[in-house]
Design a protein. Structure first.
Length: 123
């Protein structure tokens, strides 16, 4: 992505264009003026000069933005509670066919504890 920034007078805007003028008559002011001249920075003609931007976004950037937009739309359309899954679990529990694998639960708890511990030790 490239960005070109120009002010109302169609001159580049940079950090030297906002240099303070309160140091007039000092060596710092002379250096600032020399740097402005060296880099071709001109003072804006108006304090409220309009700024224009020219932005180019790469093809891969556009594709990523489109994929993100699609994923966000899907997430927004997905209900917070999956009623079909809840109904299935209720039915399996009532029929006595729902069995919890305590080993998987313990493994998951330990895995999360290790991740938390490693994250804390990195800080």
């Amino acid at each position: 992505m490239t960005t070109n920034r120009v002010n109302h007078a169609n001159t580049p805007i940079g950090p030297l264009s906002t240099q303070s003028t309160s140091l007039q008559g000092t060596a710092e002011t002379a250096k600032a003026e020399e740097a402005k001249a060296l880099f071709g920075v001109k003072a804006p003609t108006k304090k409220t000069a309009a700024t224009n931007y020219d932005v180019n976004i790469s093809t891969s950037g556009k594709e990523r933005a489109e994929a993100f937009s699609k994923a966000l739309d899907i997430a927004r359309k997905t209900p917070d509670v999956r009623a079909d899954r809840v109904a299935d679990l209720k039915q399996r529990i009532a029929a006595g066919k729902y069995h919890v694998d305590s080993g998987k639960i313990a493994d998951g708890m330990l895995r999360e504890a290790v991740k938390d511990h490693l994250a804390e030790s990195e800080r």
